[in-house]
Write a protein that binds this ligand. Structure first.
Ligand code: SF4
Length: 299
């Protein structure tokens, strides 16, 4: 619970605040950019929500915060729902996609995603365990498969698997982070998990990183920490600073995604991004050109 006595002085005056326990994960300013922002190594409230709708939006950020660093008086948020997550992101012919919220500190506030599909719903990465979210997901049909993009974002996968009785997937090389997981993908070949859902190994950020592709056209790419969108610079980011295994391999893995037809990028960290036709390829090429100019030639 956020504490008024730890309230950061940088917050705008008013009921909502961020306290000094913020871990700078970025979830709040991504979900509610109108009221939360980044400053050096912390988030803060730069404008107070005004009216019911805005308070509800700021309350989403409060629920999502992995370390409960966002506070607001109880009487102000009495009408706000704990059942607001998951929230709808987009509709694809291969499934409805939702953002789960309830980020976990064990995955440094990484995003997790839910795909609704008549053949069984799919959870991408693990949110923090939350009874309200679990109830909502069960009401939406439960989960048949949980896919873990890499070792950092496994969070409360065990609790979710037990509650939802779903089968879990992870790459063999990251299995030691979640040894109870039932299914493994191995090597670097793509795995067509279902008609419209494939897993692509993208080693680099970790040795066992994978991305998930929904649909055959105008695809939705769940990229884990392999790639994300930088809103300020308007570029697709593969980060050398946050590469924990092998940067050269990560760049090869980025190149591997050039031929996809991505309409939405939904990452673990950083901003999501919607692409118009042709923009994906251009964005990947720009990222590779930057890496080639600043680091080394990509084979
Ligand atoms: S969601 Fe919480 S931990 Fe993450 S940046 Fe915002 S206040 Fe900080």
């Amino acid at each position: 619970m956020a504490l008024e006595k730890k309230r950061l002085s940088i917050n705008s005056e008013g009921p909502f605040f961020v306290d000094s326990s913020c871990i700078y994960c970025g979830s709040c300013w991504q979900i509610d950019p109108k009221h939360f922002a980044s400053n050096k190594n912390t988030a803060y409230v730069y404008d107070q929500p005004n009216g019911k709708k805005e308070i509800e939006k700021a309350f989403l950020a409060l629920l999502d915060c992995p370390v409960s660093a966002i506070g607001a008086p109880k009487e102000l948020t009495l009408d706000c729902s704990f059942n607001a997550f998951p929230i709808h992101v987009t509709t694809h012919s291969a499934g409805e996609v939702y953002y789960c919220g309830w980020s976990s500190k064990h995955s440094f506030g990484a995003s997790s995603w839910l795909i609704l599909n008549p053949k069984g719903n799919v959870l991408i990465d693990s949110p923090r365990w939350s009874s309200p979210l679990a109830k909502r997901i069960v009401d939406m049909g439960g989960v048949r498969q949980m896919i873990l993009t890499h070792r950092d974002d496994v969070a409360d996968h065990g609790k979710w698997a037990k509650a939802l009785k779903c089968e879990r997937w992870i790459h063999k090389y990251d299995l030691d982070a979640a040894p109870e997981v039932e299914k493994q993908i191995t090597g670097t070949d793509e795995l067509q998990l279902r008609d419209n859902l494939k897993l692509i190994p993208t080693p680099g950020h970790t040795k066992g990183s994978i991305v998930i592709v929904l649909g055959a056209q105008k695809q939705i790419l769940f990229s884990g920490d392999h790639l994300w969108w930088n809103l300020a610079k308007q570029v697709l980011v593969a980060s050398k600073d946050y590469c924990w295994w092998n940067w050269d391999e990560q760049l090869k893995s980025v190149k591997r995604l050039l031929e996809l037809d991505v309409s939405w990028l939904l990452p673990g960290h950083g901003y999501a991004k919607q692409f118009k036709e042709g923009e994906w390829k251009a964005a990947i090429k720009q990222t590779l050109q930057y890496a080639e100019a600043n680091y080394k030639k990509i084979e």
